[in-house]
Design a protein around this ligand. Structure first.
Ligand SMILES: CC(C)(COP(=O)(O)OP(=O)(O)OC[C@H]1O[C@@H](n2cnc3c(N)ncnc32)[C@H](O)[C@@H]1OP(=O)(O)O)[C@@H](O)C(=O)NCCC(=O)NCCS
Length: 168
């Protein structure tokens, strides 16, 4: 399955919302649910989609670091002088298009962009998302700590934090 990666356009968002619905039903991602998922595709991010046979099947984003992100918060506790950080997020692939390298290509695109801009690249994954955690480990990301992600009304789950090894 050869995926083409290209920048996301506003016209892709309805398709991304449909894919996210299917991802939530099959995988429970994102844990906050999809009732308010338009806000999932915020404007202050750089985002890409993956196409297979001309159809969008996956999505990823790169955002500027915010301390609200649990991986960024943990990293800054350890390296407060490190300020130029970007965050990989919003990664999902349609359940019928998985295990063909689509996410790997999306992740490589984000790594390439952060390398180009010279930003350190971090992410976190909830422990329930073991497919993602296995993939990050296999691609050589460094696990730098465990933390707790909180959402909604007193929900929480353990999360694993990773840094891309390019600048380590
Ligand atoms: C995690 C997720 C994005 C992975 O997407 P994907 O497109 O299936 O990922 P890839 O195909 O690149 O890699 C998945 C596996 O397929 C394998 N694979 C990749 N190309 C392959 C091919 N051509 N043939 C056989 N296997 C292949 C990879 O080696 C990897 O194996 P692993 O599970 O042992 O690590 C997807 O499962 C998903 O959307 N999950 C729900 C949302 C989520 O968890 N997002 C991340 C939150 S942090």
């Amino acid at each position: 399955m050869m995926a083409t990666i290209r920048p996301r356009e506003d016209s892709d968002i309805p398709t991304c919302l449909r894919i996210l619905d299917a991802v939530y039903k099959s995988t429970g991602y994102p844990v906050g649910g999809v009732n308010n998922s338009v806000s999932f595709f915020t404007k202050n991010e750089t985002a890409w989609v993956a196409e297979v046979n001309g159809m969008v099947v996956g999505h990823i984003s790169l955002t500027k670091a915010s301390s609200e992100n649990v991986a960024v918060a943990l990293w800054k506790q350890r390296y407060p002088e490190d300020i130029d950080i970007a965050v990989l997020g919003r990664l999902f692939v349609h359940p019928e298009s998985r295990r063909g390298g689509v996410a790997s290509r999306l992740i490589e695109t984000v790594i390439e962009e952060s390398r180009r801009t010279g930003q350190r690249l971090l992410l976190f994954a909830l422990v329930k998302d073991q497919d993602a955690i296995r993939l990050y480990r296999r691609m050589g990301w460094n696990h730098f700590g465990s933390t707790i992600f909180r959402w909604g009304n007193n929900n929480e789950m353990a999360a694993e934090c990773f840094a891309n090894p390019v600048f380590l």
